[in-house]
Every structure is written in structure tokens, then in C-alpha cells.
Ligand binder design. Structure first.
Ligand code: NAD
Length: 298
């Protein structure tokens, strides 16, 4: 199967490399030439535009930052719709607003191009391992046609509904992750202020009801003061913005998301936008004038 791949950033580059390794013929495009070099060295063909990346391919994948970037790469002059032929399946794997996915899918449909939104969870390590969790929206027949290809990038791919359902699911994921990190930060700050080593709290509770994948991944980062991103605060602000917009559009109340958004905005104003989202703890550290670290790492 011939595949066009647009957007070779932290996530897109390892995902494209996994498709090449699995034997797919890739044509790639990014506005930044650097990752294009690396993926072409692994066997991909270089395209000079998004339309060229789409031309002659049965599937086109986009992995871009947010809704405006996907709209530009698909709908603008020199975009995917200029090069794609009827029957092509566009899989947008970026995390964008569900309403934007629907708008893009409508424009695609006018040209006979099919679209799935299929954002991912798991971050760079799972993009490299090909073990992402993929949440998709679109027609079942399209999903089934590309299911094997999705499983070259992910450990699971679940069809959640019509176009936009993938991104709605991703927003649900991002709400749960942000609120989990905030709850963990609040709890570990309490422990520190009360004189209990946060490391002991973590070890004692991680196997109980409060245990979670988020706790296991982020508590060690907090306790060692390592905020090297993984997933940046700036990107989480983008996702919670999309969640709040979507909540307003469909009438869903999101009071905790709104509060988490204020925390993240405060952290960005303090210059922490490029840190990992585990740096939410820094908001609490500032409020309590304390540093939340394991006792042996202070
Ligand atoms: P990134 O900023 O590293 O990569 C985006 C790439 O898109 C860049 O290489 C950029 O040059 C390119 N680009 C931007 N506009 C373009 C255009 N018009 N045409 C062609 N290329 C263009 O971002 P990322 O971390 O790879 O994230 C991509 C998406 O995946 C985002 O929506 C993000 O929220 C989501 N995501 C990221 C992670 C993570 O841990 N980084 C995890 C899950 C989901």
C-alpha cells in the first residue's frame, strides 16, 4: 500500500519510520526539512508539498500540531485535496478540535476523499515502539481498510463513532490526564507540608484505588524534579482549549477542566510552557512555598 505522510515531528517521524519498517511505500512532507532528511534516509520519497505527498497514494496520514495546521495542509492551495484522487483515505492522527475534523471531512467528501480522525495516546516512547493507543472516528469500512496499517503504529485501534469521535475521545483522555496530574500534585504537596516523604506516599498507594498509569509515569518525575518533556504544557493547553470549546458547543459542563486550564495558563505565564505537564506541581509549590521532592533527592 502506498502512503503519503505529512508532519514528521516528535510523533510523526517515529510513526513514519515504523510504517517503512513494516514495508509500506512512503512519500513524506514537512515544512521543516530536517526530519524529512532522516525519514528519506530510511527509504521514504520526498515530496515538495502536501499535494505531492497525496498524489498517487491510497492513504494519506497527517500528524500536525492543531486544527489550523491540518486545515492548511489539507484544504489550502498545494494541500492534500489538490493531489488526492477520489477513494483516497485521509487519516488525520493529530489531536485537533472534533468540530474541525468534521469540517475537514465535509470538504474531503466533496472531492470523494474519505476521512478518519485517529488521534493517539502514549507519547514519543510508544510512537517509537509502535505501541500507541489509537482512537478513531469515521466510517467502519474505511477503518477496516486501514486497520492493519494503524496496528503498525499502535498496540490498539478502536473505532469510537463517526468522524470527530476520535478527537472527542482524545479530549476525554486529556481531561483525565490533566486532572490526575493536578490531583497527584495537590496530594503530594499535602504530604510534604505534613512532613511525610512523597516517595513513601507514592510507594504505599500506587497498588491501591488511587494508583494509575498517570501516577506511575509522573510521580517519579516530580520527586526527582525532572520536567523534561514528554508532553509539553503548551500542547496540553491546546488540548484543554479544544475540550472547553467543544464543551461549550455541545452544552457539556467542564468546571474541573476550566480550573486545570487556569493552572496551566499560570504555568505558561511563569515561563514553563515547554516543560512536561508533570510540572503542574510547580503551581502548588508556588502556592505553598515548598518543593515536592523525595526526601533523598532534596
Ligand atoms: P511537533 O510539533 O513535534 O510536530 C509537528 C510537525 O508538523 C513539525 O515537524 C512541523 O514542522 C510540522 N508542520 C506544521 N505545520 C505543517 C504544515 N502545514 N505542513 C507540513 N508540516 C507541518 O508535534 P508532535 O509532538 O509530533 O505532535 C503532533 C500531534 O500529536 C499534536 O496534535 C499533539 O497534540 C499530538 N500528540 C503528541 C504527543 C506527544 O507526546 N508529543 C502525544 C500524543 C499526541
Amino acid at each position: 500500500m502506498k502512503v503519503g505522510f505529512i508532519g514528521l515531528g516528535i510523533m510523526g517521524k517515529p510513526m513514519a519510520l515504523n510504517l517503512i519498517r513494516a514495508g509500506y511505500t512512503l512519500t513524506v512532507y514537512d515544512i521543516n526539512p530536517e526530519p524529512v532528511e532522516a525519514v528519506c534516509a530510511a527509504g521514504a520519497r520526498r515530496a515538495a508539498s502536501a499535494s505531492e505527498a497525496a498524489r498517487g497514494n491510497q492513504v494519506v496520514i497527517t500528524m500536525l500540531p492543531n486544527s489550523p495546521h491540518v486545515k492548511a495542509a489539507v484544504l489550502d492551495e498545494g494541500g492534500v485535496l489538490e493531489g488526492a484522487t477520489p477513494g483516497t483515505i485521509l487519516i488525520d492522527m493529530s489531536s485537533i478540535a472534533p468540530l474541525a475534523s468534521k469540517e475537514i471531512a465535509e470538504a474531503c467528501a466533496k472531492k470523494g476523499v474519505r476521512m478518519l480522525d485517529a488521534p493517539v495516546s502514549g507519547g514519543e516512547p510508544k510512537a517509537i515502539d509502535g505501541t500507541l493507543s489509537i482512537m478513531a472516528g469515521g466510517a467502519r469500512e474505511d477503518f477496516e481498510r486501514v486497520y492493519d496499517l494503524l496496528l503498525k503504529m499502535g498496540a490498539s485501534a478502536v473505532l469510537c463513532g463517526d468522524v470527530g469521535a476520535g478527537n472527542t475521545t482524545k479530549l476525554a483522555n486529556q481531561i483525565i490526564v490533566a486532572l490526575n496530574i493536578a490531583a497527584m500534585s495537590e496530594a503530594l504537596t499535602l504530604g510534604t507540608m505534613a512532613g511525610v516523604d512523597p516517595e513513601s506516599i507514592f510507594r504505599a498507594i500506587r497498588g491501591g484505588l488511587a494508583g494509575s498509569t498517570v501516577l506511575d509515569a509522573k510521580a517519579p518525575m516530580v520527586m526527582s524534579g525532572n520536567f523534561k518533556p514528554g508532553f509539553k504544557i503548551d500542547l496540553h493547553i491546546k488540548d484543554l482549549n479544544n475540550a472547553l470549546d467543544t464543551g461549550h458547543a455541545v452544552g457539556a459542563p467542564l468546571p474541573l477542566t476550566a480550573y486545570a486550564m487556569e493552572i496551566l495558563e499560570r504555568l505558561r505565564a511563569d515561563g514553563h510552557g515547554q516543560l512536561d505537564h508533570s510540572a503542574i506541581v510547580k503551581y502548588y509549590e508556588k502556592l505553598a512555598d515548598v518543593e515536592v521532592r523525595a526526601a533523598d533527592r532534596k
